[in-house]
Design a protein around this ligand. Structure first.
Ligand SMILES: [Zn+2]
Length: 481
């Protein structure tokens, strides 16, 4: 048996208006290259950094949400390295004393409680971005361009202890972390836009011999799926090496999307390559206990608290609560629909399946959907009164989303009322019996499932609008008469 040991380092971009140490715009995702830069974030001589207060507030929010102890006094340091996307030649980070330490995040996976400890959370600034032409890296490129917009974009780095024991667990942890960052409203959590990035360390221990593999780092993973895929790939690669009596190199690798494998980037640099030293241009960061308390008091409900509350308040199953509760907007919507309709379980069913499908297909967030609780209220009433069948309701739903019209409007417009007219249904069944006496005989010989044929015939002729309960009853009655 092999034991897998995974630790994560996650960079989360803080959704502040301005950058960490200057007043340049911080959300640079859609900006033209090099349009959100100034002497401070591009390291011009004599330019001095000034700490953005909101960055501190957001970092403390994260620290509280992740159960960390907060260092009232922390400091900024320089991480020195040379790269063309880093004009200052160093990154401002917190190395010697981070803003927060010793936290944890707990979650349930396959029925088991899991706690992943968080070693530290520190504030740092992002670096720029290189675009290499005709190659993946600067060596071998026919030309390289640099975009400094990201220089100075505020990040927090969240470092876990190596407590994660499977690739799947790593993914679930990342998702909960993202949901939490979104709930406290400090990070968009959009991995595809680079607002959340993850480096993963993995090693494997052969539990029989006690042999432990070298540790491999997989850098810059930018999707939840790839977190799991890349780590699965690495685990297999490491186990294969151990089984052959060798070991993998201690190195940094990257997930190659097209090849669906990790590839080597470089051998692992030692930490002291960076020559950290205290940042002389920024004073130590001193927080007051009141400030931290205020942040703690104003912290919104966290995803897991919300899940527990939804179970208790609405009596919905844990699975439903965890699906609905992972997203603030979706759970708010669920609560509104439940309140307006008085039917939490129906609300949960419809939101988890039909509404989520529409959201995913259309790529429109829930608060921009043209349907609200009233639509659900009318829909549930139509179902209760037997005016539409469940099947019709499901056909109506995309039309509601498409047009913003209420279901009763649509039913009227399109003549989709459920048919409960017994006379009419009887006629159809009798006709079907006449044209297929063989099936009637089969039923009477004991082949009861032939009934489905007649029910189907009615549904076909009424284009799904017949009331299934009425149809079933009539079909059975006529076949047995
Ligand atoms: Zn700037």
């Amino acid at each position: 048996m092999y034991k897998t040991i995974i630790g994560l380092e996650i960079h989360a971009q803080l959704s502040t208006k301005t950058k960490a140490f200057c007043s340049c715009q911080a959300d640079v995702f859609e900006l033209e290259p090099n349009t959100a830069i100034c002497p401070v974030c591009t390291g011009q001589p004599g330019a001095l950094p000034v700490l953005n207060k909101t960055v501190v507030e957001y970092a403390v929010k994260a620290a509280v949400a992740f159960n960390c102890s907060i260092n009232l006094r922390s400091s900024f340091d320089r991480k020195n390295y040379f790269y063309p996307d880093l004009p200052k030649g160093y990154q401002i980070t917190q190395y010697f004393t981070p803003i927060a330490e010793n936290g944890y995040l707990e979650f349930k996976l396959d029925g088991n409680e899991k706690r992943v400890r968080i070693r530290r959370i520190h504030i740092e600034e992002d670096a720029g971005k290189m675009i290499h032409q005709d190659a993946d890296s600067i060596s071998g490129a026919s030309g390289s361009l640099v975009n400094l917009n990201r220089c100075g974009v505020p990040l927090i780095e969240i470092v876990t202890e190596p407590d994660i024991s499977s690739p799947k667990e790593a993914r679930v942890f990342m998702e909960l972390l993202r949901d939490t960052l979104r709930a406290i409203d400090i990070c968009s959590g959009d991995m595809e836009k680079g607002a959340l990035r993850c480096d993963a360390n993995i090693s494997v221990v052969d539990e029989e011999s006690g042999t432990s593999s070298n540790r491999v780092e997989v850098k810059n993973i930018n999707s939840f799926k790839f977190v799991e895929k890349a780590l699965e790939f690495e685990r297999e690669r490491i186990i294969k090496a151990l089984e052959q009596g060798t070991d993998v190199d201690r190195e940094t690798r990257t997930w190659n999307f097209t090849k669906r494998e990790t590839i080597s980037m470089r051998s692992k640099e030692e930490e002291n390559d960076y020559r950290y030293f205290p940042e002389p241009d920024l004073p130590p960061l001193q927080l007051s206990g009141e400030f931290v308390e205020k942040v703690r008091k104003n912290l919104p409900e966290l995803p897991q608290q919300r899940v527990q509350r939804l179970i208790q308040q609405y009596g919905i199953p844990e699975y439903d609560a965890s699906v609905l509760g992972s997203d603030v907007k979706i759970s708010l919507f669920f609560e509104e629909v439940s309140r307006v309709t008085g039917k939490p379980k129906d609300a949960s069913n419809w939101i988890m399946t039909e509404l989520m499908r529409e959201i995913n297909q259309r790529g429109i967030p829930i608060d921009e959907m043209p349907i609200g609780p009233e639509h659900f209220k009318v829909l549930f009433q139509l179902l209760d009164q037997g005016k539409i069948s469940a099947k019709i309701a499901k056909e109506l739903f995309p039309l509601m989303v498409e047009t913003g019209k209420t279901p009763d409007q649509l039913v009227k417009e399109r003549g989709m009322e459920q048919i409960s007219d017994e006379k009419l249904i009887e006629e159809i069944v009798l006709r079907a019996m006449e044209s297929n006496p063989k099936a009637v005989q089969q039923y009477r010989d004991g082949k009861k499932n032939v009934m489905g044929y007649f029910v189907g015939a009615v549904m076909k002729e009424t284009r799904g609008k017949a009331n299934p309960a009425v149809v079933n009853e009539i079909v059975r009655r006529l076949l047995e008469s």
